[in-house]
Design a protein around this ligand. Structure first.
Ligand SMILES: NC(=O)c1ccc[n+]([C@@H]2O[C@H](COP(=O)([O-])OP(=O)(O)OC[C@H]3O[C@@H](n4cnc5c(N)ncnc54)[C@H](O)[C@@H]3O)[C@@H](O)[C@H]2O)c1
Ligand SMILES: CC(C)[C@H](C(=O)O)[C@@H](O)C(=O)O
Ligand SMILES: [Mg+2]
Length: 352
């Protein structure tokens, strides 16, 4: 079970370390971990945020465990040298177009959510976010207007094949869960969204058992807070999914709790190749202080065992251990508690 561990910047190394310890404590057969440089850390050592040897390591692994990238010291670098380019490059180069971001309030932990408990307890959704298209990967640049002013521009485009393949992922998930699907767009304004909506509707013909609805993204943001019960599977483009998943994490209680899986089509001997990372970033404001909540990364490792290694039992064990730790009052500062990164990791391992 070859896992490439890419800790990255800020709290990345701190949270990744705890997830690795959880994996090591499971007595998995043939576990082979290797570590690579990525992000600002890689820029300092190799002059680029995604060195070829790191990409190579990821290519040859069965799965990648990723921390976070982003470093304020790199803010003035040219765009292609900034740490964030590393995660975008990995997603694109590895063909990881399907980003699964589950958001749910753990049973009995409604009080961690800022929503009213009766509403919080209904929040249990899977955001299926397209990950290798949209305004993220369109042409972009800066030009000078006729008035001599600076103007930045980013091209937003989605092709029908790109939409089709992510729609199939979402419909298959909804079908397996016996759930409905909400597709989120901005079809009242964007051409991209018009093609998105038509294509998703077309794909729906093959999934008669899945009830499809469409919603504008601004309304969707409001509804996640006001009435989350209506969402089970939410299909979004790259940009809207980025924003809505941070929003959903706040509704759950903290961004330190939300994991993710990024999948493509490549199969290994064990399952689907994937990259697993918390949805949060490098959190420079608390980096190096041992305060970060590692639960999102630990839960990402659980998703890895499920999707890339077919180990549902161990995945569920990790998820139960995290839920039990929370129920037992093990909380980081993000949840109003005073447990540090290592203490939270240890508490989860004790409960495995
Ligand atoms: N996939 C990624 O690597 C990724 C994701 C998001 C942001 N980023 C990058 O990270 C850097 C910081 O971005 P940001 O501040 O906008 O977002 P962020 O997610 O890093 O932090 C937002 C807020 O949440 C807190 N937070 C985040 N994770 C936490 C955790 N595990 N435990 C406790 N608190 C946590 C932070 O302290 C901060 O107050 C930027 O460079 C950004 O581009 C990277
Ligand atoms: C760091 C950034 C490029 C990334 C994104 O926008 O996808 C992050 O916010 C995320 O959610 O993984
Ligand atoms: Mg984000």
């Amino acid at each position: 079970m070859k896992i490439a561990v890419l800790p990255g910047d800020g709290i990345g190394p701190e949270v990744t370390r705890e997830a690795v310890k959880v994996l090591e404590s499971l007595d998995l057969p043939h576990l082979a971990l290797s570590e690579g440089d990525v992000g600002g850390a890689a820029y300092r050592r190799h002059g680029v945020p995604l060195p070829p040897e790191t990409l190579e390591m990821a290519h040859h692994a069965d799965a990648v465990l990723f921390g976070a990238v982003g470093d304020p010291a790199c803010d003035d670098l040219e765009r292609h040298l900034r740490p964030e380019q590393a995660i975008l490059g990995l997603r694109k180069e590895l063909g990881l177009f399907a980003n699964l971001r589950p958001a749910r309030v753990f049973e009995g932990l409604e009080h961690l959510s800022p929503l009213r408990p009766e509403i919080a307890r209904t929040l249990d959704m899977l955001i299926v976010r397209e990950l290798t298209g949209d305004v993220y990967f369109g042409k972009k640049g800066e030009r000078t207007t006729e008035d001599g002013e600076r103007e930045g521009w980013d091209e937003m485009a989605y092709s029908a094949p790109e939409i089709r393949r992510i729609a199939h992922v979402a419909f298959r998930a909804a079908k397996a869960m016996g759930a409905g699907l909400t597709s989120v767009d901005k079809a009242n304004v964007l051409e991209t969204s018009q093609v998105w909506r038509d294509t998703v509707t077309e794909v729906a013909q093959g999934y008669r058992e899945v009830a499809l609805s469409h919603m504008y993204v601004d309304n969707a943001a409001m509804q996640v807070i006001a009435n989350p019960a209506q969402f089970r599977v939410m299909l979004t483009g790259n940009l809207f999914g980025d924003i809505l998943s941070d929003l959903a994490s706040a509704a759950v209680g903290s961004i330190g709790l939300l994991p993710s899986a990024s999948l493509g089509e490549r199969q290994t001997g064990y399952g689907t190749f994937g990259l697993y990372e918390p949805i949060h970033g490098s959190a420079p404001d608390i980096a190096g202080e041992g305060k970060a909540n590692p639960m999102a990364t630990i839960l990402s490792a659980a998703m890895m065992l499920r999707h890339s290694f077919g180990r549902e039992d161990e995945a569920a064990r990790i998820e139960r251990a995290v839920a039990k730790a929370l129920t037992d009052g093990i909380r980081g500062g993000d949840l109003g508690g005073d447990h540090g990164t290592e203490a939270i990791g240890a508490a989860v391992r004790e409960r495995l």
